[in-house]
Design a protein around this ligand. Structure first.
Ligand code: ADP
Ligand code: ADP
Length: 229
C-alpha cells in the first residue's frame, strides 16, 4: 500500500474575488521508505502540495491518502492529532526553539503531542541524538551550535515520535556544500535504519541527484516523473 496517494488533487485559494488555482488536479503515489523530491519554479505549487500532504492545509478537490488514512476532509483537531502521530517536518531555517536546549528541542514533540512518561522519553531522545551524531551537544542551545548541527537536531526532532513520513522544505538551502552533503547522507541513513520516507521540496541539485523519484511541478500540474534506479 502506498504511503501517500493523491487522485485528482486540487487546491484553489480564494483571494477576495479572485481564485488562484495553485494545484490543478494531480495524481501521484509514494511508496513507504522512499526518497522523493518535488521540484519546479517558484509559484509552481510545491509548498501548497507539501502543506496538503502534511495536513496543514486541506485540499479543495480530489482525494489524498496518507499512511492509509483519507485525510481529505479532516477537521483542524483531527489534522493536528494525525500530524503529531505520523508526520515530521524539517525546514530550511531549522525552526528550533532558541530557549530550549538541544535535548529539550528533540524531547518537545514527545511532551506536547504524545505525552510519554519521562524515562521513556529520555531514552528515546538520547537514542535519536546519537543516531544523528549530536549527543555531545545535548545541553547546548541552538545559538551555540553550527548550521549543520542544527539541521541534525531538527532531523532528530522530526523522527523522535516514530513518524514514518518526513516532509523537508529546502532542508539544505542554508548549509554550505560539505555540510549539505553530510545532511543528505544522514537522511539517507535514517531512511535505511528506520524505514522513513522523506519528501523534499527543493531547488538543490545535490538533493535532486540523491533521490529516487523526482516530480516536476509547473503551474500546478505535474510534469514528467523521473526515476533514478
Ligand atoms: P512554490 O512553493 O512552488 O513556490 P506555492 O505553493 O507557494 O508555490 O504557490 C503556488 C501558487 O499559489 C502561487 O500562485 C501562489 O501565489 C499561490 N498561493 C500560495 N499560498 C497562497 C495563499 N495562502 N493565498 C493565496 N494564494 C496563495
Ligand atoms: P557538521 O556538518 O558535522 O555539523 P559543521 O561544518 O557544521 O559540521 O561544523 C564543524 C564544527 O565546527 C562543529 O563541530 C561545530 O562545533 C563547529 N562550528 C561550526 N560553526 C559553528 C558555529 N556557528 N557556532 C559554534 N560552533 C560551530
Amino acid at each position: 500500500m502506498p504511503l501517500v496517494e493523491a487522485q485528482g488533487l486540487e487546491k484553489t485559494y480564494q483571494a477576495g474575488e479572485i481564485e488562484i488555482k495553485a494545484i490543478r488536479g494531480v495524481d501521484f503515489s509514494i511508496e513507504p521508505a522512499s526518497f522523493v523530491a518535488f521540484i519546479g519554479p517558484s509559484g509552481s505549487g510545491k509548498s501548497t502540495l507539501l502543506n496538503m500532504i502534511g495536513c496543514l492545509d486541506p485540499p479543495t478537490g480530489g482525494t489524498l491518502t496518507v499512511a492509509g488514512k483519507d485525510v481529505t476532509d479532516l477537521s483542524r483537531r483531527e489534522a493536528a492529532r494525525f500530524r503529531g502521530e505520523h508526520i515530521g517536518f524539517i525546514f530550511q531555517d531549522f525552526n528550533l526553539i532558541p530557549v530550549l536546549t538541544v535535548f529539550e528541542n528533540v524531547e518537545y514533540p514527545l511532551v506536547m503531542v504524545q505525552d510519554w512518561p519521562k524515562r521513556k522519553r529520555r531514552e528515546k531522545v538520547q537514542k535519536l541524538l546519537q543516531a544523528v551524531g549530536v549527543s555531545d551537544q545535548s545541553n547546548k542551545y541552538p545559538g551555540q551550535i553550527s548550521g549543520g548541527q542544527k539541521q541534525r537536531v531538527a532531523i532528530a526532532r522530526a523522527l523522535v515520535t516514530g513518524a514514518k513520513l518526513v516532509l523537508a522544505d529546502e532542508p539544505t538551502a542554508n548549509l554550505d556544500r560539505k555540510t549539505a552533503k553530510r545532511i543528505i547522507e544522514l537522511m539517507q541513513g535514517m531512511r535505511t535504519e528506520f524505514g522513513t520516507t522523506f519528501i523534499f521540496s527543493t531547488h538543490d541539485p545535490r538533493v535532486v541527484e540523491n533521490v529516487e523519484t523526482v516530480f516536476t511541478l509547473e503551474d500546478g500540474r505535474l510534469q514528467e516523473e523521473e526515476n533514478h534506479g
